[in-house]
Write a new protein. Structure first.
Ligand SMILES: C[S@@+](CC[C@H](N)C(=O)[O-])C[C@H]1O[C@@H](n2cnc3c(N)ncnc32)[C@H](O)[C@@H]1O
Length: 394
């Protein structure tokens, strides 16, 4: 259905194009196994995580200037330095506390946090990484061995969440990488958007929604007190509550800092947002067509933070704070991390101020990105939320 208005994007190089063709063949085979189509969440799961093939499972560059997108730790080490100050506060209150990072990307955030904690004399006993992509695990290990050889012995990689984690959990842009279902509201109820193969091109088809999807959408409508308009298309991560519940089981005492672009449920399903929250990234072009470039572009969906809060509370956590990234950084120690600014050479000052603008300005990453902190046990509210906390809006 979407082939008419495909976005104008750079052409993939020959190796990437060949790889994408393999990923598309793999997805077509899964469609054939499933009787001709896949739910959007299944399609997204294969496109991102099919072993050895998917975007996160294979070798594409992904992060940074020569990849497809930049995340906050790729923009500037200042992000990790401020976050490290928040980690230090929690670690000071949780005896024997460690840090667990989900989805560590290139490893830059781990580097920045460990370097800063070493400088603050607040290193944890362990820095654990839970990363679903074997390719990224290897990349992170190589990077950290080269960048922080004196600290890398603190880092280990886990295959599953530890049973009893105390201290800090971090996940930056992990929730947006969880597969989502797409749906459309019709007169007759909720329809599921599925992906099929239309003469060699992936296309969307509508099908009756399975009960689990339809009930989830009806529950949203009941909460909002209104039926969504006919033709309203949106997204829902049915796996998100389970992901938060697993995190809650892991976190025995301490705080989880979850960063992502996201909004409250009321904003997520506002009538004017009638085309959903999917975003794709290819060579720094953001667009809305997830059906092209299978396996060589990132597919993400904004996060409904009300669901994250609700799932956390259902699993015994409390929301210690919810704020925009700018406020988190400004309240969390950005000024302290900038105190040497005046003594830097002019070129470094310009570079650093550009990075801080990208992290904090509302039109860049400052407002769309949020931090939600989920807490278990007796730990003070991190200072980052003392400037502004929007928990009441959830
Ligand atoms: C958009 S990248 C963000 C990487 C990094 N945190 C950063 O900010 O640059 C998403 C990361 O989450 C990982 N990931 C996806 N699903 C995950 C899951 N269920 N558990 C842990 N990591 C996951 C991906 O492999 C990837 O490393």
């Amino acid at each position: 259905m979407q082939h008419d208005d495909r976005p104008v994007l750079p052409r993939p190089d020959a190796i990437s194009a060949e790889h994408s063709a393999h990923v598309a063949d793999f997805i077509r085979a899964r469609m054939a196994d499933a009787g001709g189509s896949l739910s959007f969440a299944e399609y997204m799961q294969h496109a991102l995580y099919a072993p050895g093939l998917g975007y996160y499972a294979a070798g594409s560059r992904k992060f940074g200037a020569d990849g497809d997108f930049v995340t906050a730790p790729e923009v500037s080490p200042v992000f990790g330095r401020v976050l490290a100050r928040q980690c230090a506060e929690v670690l000071a209150e949780v005896e024997g506390g460690a840090i667990l990072e989900y989805g560590a990307g290139s490893g830059k955030l781990a580097r920045d946090i460990l370097e800063t904690l070493a400088r603050l004399d607040a290193l944890p006993g362990r820095y654990e990484i839970l990363e679903v992509s074997a390719e990224l695990q290897e990349r992170q290990a190589r990077y950290l061995r080269a960048e922080i050889p004196e600290l890398v012995s603190l880092v280990s990689w886990l295959d599953m969440p530890p049973a009893n984690h105390k201290g800090v959990i971090i996940a930056n842009e992990v929730l947006d990488a969880l597969p989502v279902e797409r749906f459309v509201r019709s007169d007759a109820g909720v329809k599921q958007l599925r992906v099929t193969d239309d003469s060699g091109v992936f296309a969307i088809v509508e099908a009756p929604a399975p009960d689990i999807l339809s009930n989830a959408v009806l529950a949203i409508e009941a909460e909002l007190g209104q039926v969504l308009p006919v033709g309203f298309v949106s997204d829902i991560s049915l796996g998100l509550p389970g992901w938060v519940d697993a995190l809650a089981h892991t976190l025995q005492h301490g705080v989880a800092f979850l960063f992502d672009y996201g909004v409250t449920r009321r904003e997520y399903y506002a009538a004017e947002r009638s085309d959903g929250w999917l975003r794709c990234h290819f060579r720094h072009h953001a667009h809305n067509d997830p059906l092209i470039l299978a396996g060589i572009q990132d597919i993400t969906a904004w996060v409904d933070f009300s669901t994250v809060a609700e799932a956390g509370r259902n699993s015994g956590l409390d929301v210690a704070g919810y704020s925009a990234q700018a406020q988190f950084l400004l309240g969390g120690g950005l000024d302290a991390e900038m105190h040497e600014f005046a003594s830097l050479p002019l070129a470094s000052q310009l570079e650093l101020s550009g990075q801080v603008k990208t992290l904090t300005l509302p039109g860049a990453m400052g407002e769309h990105f949020k931090c939600m902190a989920l807490r278990r046990g007796d730990v003070r509210t991190p200072t980052a939320f003392r400037m502004a906390d929007r928990t009441h809006t959830l």
